[in-house]
Design a protein around this ligand. Structure first.
Ligand code: HEC
Ligand code: HEC
Length: 184
């Protein structure tokens, strides 16, 4: 068994120079050096694995004869594989990013408006463009819409009600109404 892998190792060492490059990034060179002894990169990099699964693979490779890695090398290789060949879902945005994003988008997402409304097509509620068009010449619309966004209501666009939006301040509701009316 072991001899077979040593033969494989020798073959892949010969071929390694001809292999297509791995995605370049921090850790690529080390990963290539350690893993391509026995594999062609495009073989083992077909896998899209989670960070934990990549850790398991590396432990398994060590059992299969890969020389043990130092803790630092282990971290570098796992980071590389999990970053460029990972399948973990993207992490949720960090609080900073969230706060610095477009404030209207933040409100629309936070209060789930986008679950029922889109700018350019009807979902459960009317599209924001339709709303803007309907009130284009209505000077009092901003105030009325701000109140309706906070309190909910029904009957203007059909018989599906819009629920009240809990926890939406008057000033944020006013910003949203103003923004909706600008979607032409
Ligand atoms: C000493 C040789 C050796 C080294 C070095 C080595 N592997 Fe392996 N690897 C193997 C063997 C042998 C298998 C097949 C295991 C089996 O199926 O029994 C394997 C299988 C795999 C598989 C599963 C491939 C498939 O069939 O889809 C992955 C993924 C993998 N290796 C990744 C790596 C990574 C990443 C590295 C570098 C951190 C690495 N290997 C280093 C020997 C090695
Ligand atoms: C659960 C679905 C739902 C959610 C969540 C929702 N809406 Fe609505 N919205 C509706 C429906 C349905 C209507 C149509 C109500 C009607 O016919 O009077 C509507 C109507 C509107 C109108 C037009 C009101 C009018 O009288 O013409 C605006 C503006 C609006 N929504 C903005 C928002 C904003 C901003 C949010 C987030 C704070 C939001 N909506 C959240 C379903 C929803």
């Amino acid at each position: 068994m072991k001899r077979k892998w040593l033969l494989g190792a020798a073959l892949w060492t010969v071929c390694a120079t001809a292999q297509p490059q791995m995605i370049s990034g921090p850790g690529a060179a080390l990963t290539q050096a350690r893993c391509s002894v026995c594999h062609e990169p495009q073989h083992f990099l077909r896998s899209r694995l989670s960070r934990g699964e990549w850790e398991d693979v590396i432990d398994f490779m060590i059992k299969r004869g890969m020389p043990p890695l130092t803790k630092e090398e282990h971290t570098i290789i796992v980071n590389y594989l999990a970053t460029y060949y990972g399948r973990d879902p993207a992490p949720p945005p960090a609080p900073d990013t969230y706060a610095s994003a477009d404030p209207i988008e933040t409100l629309l997402t936070k209060h789930a408006c986008t679950g029922c409304h889109a700018v350019d097509r009807k979902l459960i509620g009317p599209s924001f463009r339709e709303v803007a068009a309907r009130y284009a010449t209505d000077g009092g619309a901003a105030t009325r819409l701000a109140a309706k966004i906070r309190n909910g209501g029904v009957g203007v666009w059909g018989n599906v009600p819009m629920p009240a939006t809990a926890g939406l301040s008057e000033s944020d509701a006013a910003k949203l109404a103003q923004w909706v009316l600008g979607q032409k």
